[in-house]
Write a protein of this length. Structure first.
Length: 343
């Protein structure tokens, strides 16, 4: 190993420090905590922190792991996703563009797809960009919701949590989507490819459950619930968290948020089974409708170049080109090379 480490050019002292930290994290599995009544806590539990408050989740126990079998159905599934790219970096601000792709599936058949007009905006920081992307995605979802009927699904490539730092308008959009989809009988689900949720030991929640499931269920699909008691979560969590491996043939594990309003009328097992059915055998482990719209929402280099050239031509017509190109030129060599801005 030492020889391999030398060849990798990784600093040896840094590497030893990483190993010590990992040992510290995983050794906490063997540290016994106690409740206020003096009862031992033998299993780790998730923790969620916000605003100086710490929310403790349910103890993670093997009996809450459930086998996940796909349930065939012919319900329609609406999926949408939005991509974001920086078109120009002007130092103090950036000009960004977004493309929203959507599609409606019934089983493995795609009934309808579309790409909405490209959106463009000046943003001053990452938070503004993130909120803008969420806003246009929610606005699109609300419009497309009119095409769905009772029992259909709406899949989003994000968690169902309304962050307190969001503006009032975006918060209202998220709440309206949850309320309107529930009123129409549509099952609202958000899927995140990564999660920052941790355990009291410092480990990743998804990583620990993957380890636990591997010991108990080998290579089978599974889901785990509950993660937190609904009564302990703040009201801006409109979804209840589930962790799931959706396919026997793929090891990826996801956090799946299911609208709490939906769980008041439908059993979680049925929802997860129907979600697991929404896969293409060629790309197991992730709902195909979401994968398809994700791919369709990407910008190609040719698209970005065409958008940038059109934008520059319009600026030239409006007399804004000299100041704009000066900002871009002083900020990044990349824009000069990619968009052909001359010195």
């Amino acid at each position: 190993m030492s020889q391999d480490l030398i060849q990798s050019r990784i600093d040896y002292r840094d590497f030893k420090e990483v190993l010590r930290e990992l040992k510290r994290i995983y050794s906490k599995r063997n540290v016994i905590e106690y409740t206020l009544l003096g009862e031992p806590i033998l299993s780790p539990y998730p923790v969620f922190k916000f605003g100086g408050r710490v929310i403790r989740g349910c103890r993670l126990t093997p009996d809450r792991l459930k086998y996940l079998d796909p349930i065939p159905h012919s319900k329609r599934v609406l999926a949408l996703d939005a991509s974001l790219k920086v078109l120009f970096n002007c130092g103090a601000f950036k000009i960004i563009v977004s493309k929203i792709a959507w599609g409606i599936w019934r089983g493995f058949q795609c009934e309808r797809t579309g790409v909405l007009p490209v959106k463009i905006k000046i943003i001053w920081d990452k938070r503004e960009a993130s909120e803008w992307l969420l806003r246009i995605e929610l606005e699109a979802a609300l419009k497309l919701l009119s095409q769905m009927r009772f029992g259909d699904y709406l899949l989003m490539d994000r968690g169902l949590a309304i962050s307190p730092i969001l503006g009032r308008y975006v918060k209202n959009l998220f709440n309206r989507l949850d309320i309107f989809s529930s009123a129409k009988g549509v099952v609202l689900i958000g899927i995140t490819k990564s999660s920052q949720l941790k355990l009291n030991t410092g480990e990743s929640l998804l990583g620990y459950l993957t380890y636990l499931a591997r010991q108990r269920m080998k290579d089978c699909a599974w889901f785990y619930h509950p993660i937190f008691k609904s009564s302990t979560l703040p009201s801006w969590f409109i979804g209840d968290m589930v962790v799931a491996r959706l396919s026997d043939d793929d090891e990826n594990v996801f956090r799946v948020d299911v609208s709490r309003r939906v769980l008041n009328r439908l059993p979680l097992g049925n929802i997860m089974g129907e979600l697991a059915f929404m896969q293409d055998p060629a790309t197991p482990g992730y709902p195909y409708p979401l994968k398809s719209v994700h791919d369709a929402s990407r910008f190609t280099e040719e698209e970005l170049e065409r958008l940038a050239n059109i934008f520059l031509e319009i600026l030239e017509e409006k007399g804004l080109s000299p100041n704009f190109t000066a900002d871009v030129r002083s900020t990044s060599f990349k824009e000069r090379y990619l968009w052909g801005i001359t010195l």
